[in-house]
Design a protein around this ligand. Structure first.
Ligand SMILES: *[C@@H]1O[C@H](CO)[C@@H](O)[C@H](O)[C@H]1NC(C)=O
Ligand SMILES: *[C@@H]1O[C@H](CO)[C@@H](O)[C@H](O)[C@H]1NC(C)=O
Ligand SMILES: *[C@@H]1O[C@H](CO)[C@@H](O)[C@H](O)[C@H]1NC(C)=O
Ligand SMILES: *[C@@H]1O[C@H](CO)[C@@H](O)[C@H](O)[C@H]1NC(C)=O
Ligand SMILES: *[C@@H]1O[C@H](CO)[C@@H](O)[C@H](O)[C@H]1NC(C)=O
Ligand SMILES: *[C@@H]1O[C@H](CO)[C@@H](O)[C@H](O)[C@H]1NC(C)=O
Ligand SMILES: *[C@@H]1O[C@H](CO)[C@@H](O)[C@H](O)[C@H]1NC(C)=O
Ligand SMILES: *[C@@H]1O[C@H](CO)[C@@H](O)[C@H](O)[C@H]1NC(C)=O
Ligand SMILES: *[C@@H]1O[C@H](CO)[C@@H](O)[C@H](O)[C@H]1NC(C)=O
Ligand SMILES: *[C@@H]1O[C@H](CO)[C@@H](O)[C@H](O)[C@H]1NC(C)=O
Ligand SMILES: *[C@@H]1O[C@H](CO)[C@@H](O)[C@H](O)[C@H]1NC(C)=O
Length: 531
């Protein structure tokens, strides 16, 4: 009997393969989920950005992500690292995108490649190479020929590179999803008719590259068919109105595990319980892909952080800046993934229904015709434990929690019940900087007024002037002191981040703005030594 059953199953699979033809080679989707090589998938994903760590760290980070129950690694592509000058490319060291993807493949995980190429990502200039600024007639991110030319040029470069290495799932590689643009809806209206036209163009351009895997646009309600609009945020189970077609799956591209930190700000702590609650709610409400942004934030090396963002990026993620497990976050989510994976077949094949269990309590059930049954029992009461009746049994639910019953009978996981021990990061001295020889000193050249050629009566647009070669711009002025005046005052009104003032070579003071108020006034008395 058993043998006969197995035989029938095999026949069905081969029949399916035969009928569907080429599709099983790549990635497709329907209203429920992505299908990889024809297989329906419920996927957990985590963002790890390759230039925010070192190639030596990559295998360990990816390994810990896999052990944490992830199926996919999601990364942006960082245009300004890769094309520092038009047509001059750099994919070496920390910028070695192919090596990063091959490492993910070697560990058996999939990749979601977010090409952008505008990425934001708290990255300098949103990922655009600064030379774009000086392309005549360019207007970024709208229906503008020069911009579209360079965007298409870089996107094509990346796609061709992936194809040449056989990295798309349609070629047997790990890449199952690609993203074009990034949260464009946030700015779309300000471009008038150019906005929607650009969205149409971007989708068409991306699709023409023929990757054999779906494209997504995150936070883009008007994503053109067949591009999938996805959700970013902390509570997508509650906030996402869903994809713009019943034939597109419900995907969450950024579940913020924390938030980026700015100078003068505090770390944003999001609890493991809160993350688990919202992931589970999203799955209960038909979601089939959740990506943690970030799973490992890492380090903004050099000058790569955007304005006021500190060098540690999403240090509160399940893997901290250094790639250490941040507990209980990592372990609690690992248990959540295991609980959901234990019943993912029923979640994907079953029919969903929902019902009320009380004033603030609700339930979701996924049921297959003959066998599988999965239940999610939700308590939205943030204060009290609550008893609910489900299928003639009483279940006690912790405040603001969801219990997962992979067989509709037994609870294997409750989002608020943390069974992972917390850890703290311990610091110890590895090396004492005892001698001045341990430090390197960089000296900025202070220009001599008489040797300068650029003259201006106002402060200049900073990056237009530095061409992003430096974060520093020296202004020098000189004046003759009129003895009959009161003590002179030095005043700068600036939209830069920091200003330091010197009289001759003596430091007289400084001022800075902050992330929320990015202009400041520096006002200092100048003491004049009379000879
Ligand atoms: C991109 O532009 C460069 C010139 O800047 C050109 O050599 C190259 O062929 C272009 N590539 C594509 C894919 O259009
Ligand atoms: C989930 O999918 C089912 C179809 O299986 C549908 O009836 C239901 O309305 C969906 N629920 C939500 C919250 O999207
Ligand atoms: C079922 O879920 C839908 C969508 O979230 C909601 O509108 C509806 O009120 C729920 N039904 C019950 C009985 O809770
Ligand atoms: C929680 O329980 C207390 C005491 O039983 C009750 O006064 C309160 O209204 C309950 N809170 C909610 C949100 O139901
Ligand atoms: C619950 O109990 C009632 C009566 O005791 C019974 O008719 C019903 O079938 C039971 N339901 C389940 C799901 O066991
Ligand atoms: C699940 O619940 C049923 C009925 O309550 C029980 O008979 C069974 O042993 C439980 N299974 C496990 C694995 O706990
Ligand atoms: C809690 O963790 C321990 C040790 O890892 C494990 O044996 C136990 O089954 C876990 N309990 C629950 C409810 O998951
Ligand atoms: C660094 O200096 C401290 C205090 O003097 C000392 O206790 C410690 O052992 C030193 N560490 C190393 C690695 O040399
Ligand atoms: C940028 O600098 C150029 C000269 O190099 C000048 O013509 C242009 O007006 C400047 N643009 C802005 C926005 O300041
Ligand atoms: C100095 O200031 C006084 C008073 O404002 C003015 O009358 C005089 O012309 C000034 N002298 C010079 C050299 O600027
Ligand atoms: C700055 O240097 C100049 C020339 O060396 C000197 O004449 C002047 O007094 C100095 N000014 C101050 C405020 O020290």
């Amino acid at each position: 009997m058993e043998k006969w059953k197995v035989f029938v199953m095999v026949m069905m699979v081969s029949l399916f393969t035969f009928t569907v033809g080429g599709e099983e080679d790549g990635v497709t989707y329907d209203g429920r989920s992505l299908l990889i090589h024809g297989q329906r998938k419920l996927l957990f994903s985590g963002s790890i950005h390759y230039p925010r760590s070192t190639p030596k760290m990559w295998p360990d980070l990816i390994g810990k992500a896999k052990e944490g129950g992830l199926d996919v690694i999601q990364t942006y592509v960082f245009w300004n690292l890769h094309e520092p000058q038009p047509g001059q490319y750099d994919f070496s060291g920390r910028y070695d995108l192919v090596r990063f993807i091959k490492e993910i493949q070697a560990q058996g995980l999939y990749v979601c490649l977010r090409i952008g190429p505008f990425i934001e990502s708290e990255w300098t200039y949103g990922g655009f190479p600064f030379w774009l600024h000086d392309v005549p007639g360019i207007v970024y991110r709208t229906d503008n020929e020069p911009f579209k030319f360079y965007m298409q040029n870089f996107t094509t470069k990346i796609v061709n590179m992936m194809k040449a290495e056989g990295l798309y799932a349609s070629q047997g590689g790990p890449i199952i999803l690609s993203q074009i643009e990034n949260e464009y809806q946030n700015v779309e209206r300000s471009f008038g008719v150019g906005g929607p036209q650009y969205v149409q163009w971007a989708a068409k351009m991306a699709l023409s590259l023929d990757t054999g895997v779906p494209w997504v646009m995150c936070k883009q309600t008007d994503a053109p068919h067949p591009v999938i609009n996805t959700c970013n945020g902390m509570r997508c189970g509650e906030t996402f109105p869903g994809p713009n077609s019943p034939n597109k799956p419900k995907l969450w591209t950024e579940d913020w595990t924390s938030f980026y930190q700015v100078y003068g700000g505090l770390p944003y702590i999001r609890s493991a319980q809160d993350i688990a609650f919202h992931v589970t709610l999203f799955i209960a409400r038909n979601g089939s892909y959740v990506n943690y942004y970030m799973y490992h934030g890492g380090t903004n090396f050099g000058r790569t952080a955007s304005a006021y963002v500190i060098t540690a990026y999403y240090d509160q993620a399940p893997l901290d800046e250094y790639g250490l497990l941040r507990q209980p976050k990592w372990g609690h989510l690992r248990e959540l993934h295991a609980a959901i994976k234990s019943c993912s077949s029923t979640l994907l094949q079953g029919v969903q229904s929902n019902f009320s269990l009380g004033k603030l309590q609700e339930g979701y059930v996924f049921e297959e015709e003959n066998e599988g049954c999965v239940a999610f029992l939700i308590n939205n009461d943030g204060v009290n434990n609550t008893n609910v009746q489900f299928r003639n049994k009483t279940f006690e639910l912790l405040p603001k929690s969801i219990s997962i019953l992979p067989d509709c009978q037994n609870v294997t996981f409750n989002t608020a019940n943390v069974n992972t021990t917390s850890n703290t990061r311990i610091y110890f001295n590895r090396q004492n900087f005892s001698s001045i020889d341990d430090w390197e000193k960089f000296e900025d050249v202070i220009p001599n007024f008489d040797d300068t050629t650029l003259r201006s009566n106002t402060l200049l647009e900073q990056m237009n002037t530095t061409k992003d070669k430096s974060d520093y711009l020296w202004y020098t002025t000189r004046f003759e002191y009129n003895l009959s005046c009161s003590e002179p005052t030095f005043v700068v009104e600036s939209r830069a981040h920091v200003a330091h003032a010197f009289v001759n070579t003596t430091y007289i003071g400084g001022a800075h703005g902050n992330h929320d108020v990015n202009s400041f006034k520096l006002e200092l008395p100048v003491t004049v030594q009379l000879q």
